[in-house]
Design a protein around this ligand. Sequence first.
Ligand code: ARG
Length: 582
Amino acid sequence: MSIIKELEKDIKNTIENIGYNIDNFTLEVSKRKDLGDYQINDCMNLAKAYSKNPRVIAEEIKKKLEEDDRLTNINIAGPGFINISLSDKFLVNTINLINDDINNNIDKKEKKKVIMDYGGANVAKALHVGHLRSANIGEALKRLARRLGYEVISDAHLGDYGRPLGLVILEIKKMYPELEYFNDNYKGDYSDIEIPITNDDLEKIYPAASLKAKEDENYLEEARIITTKLQNHERGIYDLWKKIIDISKKEIKQVYDKLNVYYDLLEGESDAAEYIPELLEILEKRGVTKKSEGATIIEVKEDGETSPMPPVLVVKSNGSYSYETTDLATIIERKKKFNPDEIWYCSDGRQQLHFEQVFRATRKAKLLDDNVKLEYIGFGTMNGTDGKPFKTRDGGVMTLKALIEMVKDETRKRINYDIVLEDKVEETVEKIAISALKYADLIPNRITDYIFSPDKFSDVEGKTGPYLLYSTIRMKSLLQKGYEYKQDNYIKINNDTDRDIIIELLELPNILTKSLDSKSLNDIADYLYILTNKYNKFYSENKVLLEEDKRLQESWLVLTKVVYNTNLLLLDILGLLVPEKM
Ligand code: ARG
């Protein structure tokens, strides 16, 4: 248990031993630092519950708390607020404990096995801005959940099985009709038949094909037929598809690597295909499907529900499967392979309805035990400075790669070439740019849309990734220079700035828990900024390396180290990369 939780537990016990029951007790960091470090605001509620004067209760509690040598300066204000401060001895002890092991400042959750479905890139299509959010938020949640003790299996769940692939294959057929993949009479092996197509080609082929399908009904119909052939694993088409997948997956993995996003599984919709027959069998057995206009559907609308809730299309009238079908089959696959306690889906806010349909169908067909939780983690869109979804200059869809390049250009302008060695420039630019992008994306509550300005978020000043990196590197450099003095023991608190940092550090476990509960990283992003600012205030007020009181100097170095390690922990949770120098 974290130090702060331990203290809260003990205070709660003290109050209950006097005879007052308290359900949730937490220490509130005081906004009035002159009155104390924390406030206890429970006396008003207790007064109601026990029909007593709140000040009388406050007095009783105060008397008991005075026996606790971790606390000092206990005073009562107003109708019955109790202000308390932490004793210097306790604060000193706290820093040493966190310095011993940062886990002393983290509360672990009860162990759970979670499958985290995020990223969701589509093969043969360029990743776009929306995919950044899914990968970024999902990755950070995965890292956070792991830190707090969950077992997390991450899966990108690539879109590799639907009509877009049918369209791409059709367009390739139009471009290269002579390819053996389209030759029904070809009986040989496909494995060594090369295709004249690169990933860049693929990214152009899909938009072209998609446009044609919109304009030409016959073209669309042809694509539908190919999609069904693909899903039936028909020779030739299926083999070509495998080649496309290979090319595209390599590229996708490279982009994710660049973003510092890593998966245990890079599976796709297609990997669930082998579970579709079993899915259909279960649905049939449980009697949850219906025939409707040649298709097989599951009704998921509840009685009296007024908002739109279309039925789940399990098998389309032409025999192909929908996006919902593969998600349902994936649930069967995941249950078989991992038997998770929870499955989390981090995907664009526009897919909310899709997941609601899938979840309802899952429950209706009892694909999972009722206690297995399904959670949809949606998010808003990243907009340009004009408040509209981020677009290219000419109004086209902004690919993720183009966006990264844009931020890199901004970053390059600000690199300090006196500090960063020439052969490290590219690597440094990349790390800073990715951090700028990712941090900006994690500051807002995930549900809200936000405005991304490459210029603003690449700045080394302000609430930005580069500012955090810069400050953290400066801590490291201070520690390196101060190393010769270091005994690694925090001995004494100097003043209120030091004190303020320690109180802030004690908030860490709450922030982490809150973030995981809300599945939003904004609290962590904020906290990192606040802690860093407090440390920077300390840094500018004190000349650590010139300090003559060696006990104080040593204490300051330990404090620096604890903040530095906390920053590294949080930067790692957020998935930001720290360069050597900047
Ligand atoms: N490929 C989808 C997209 O680009 C996201 C996939 C989300 N995950 C899932 N299990 N459906 O929108």
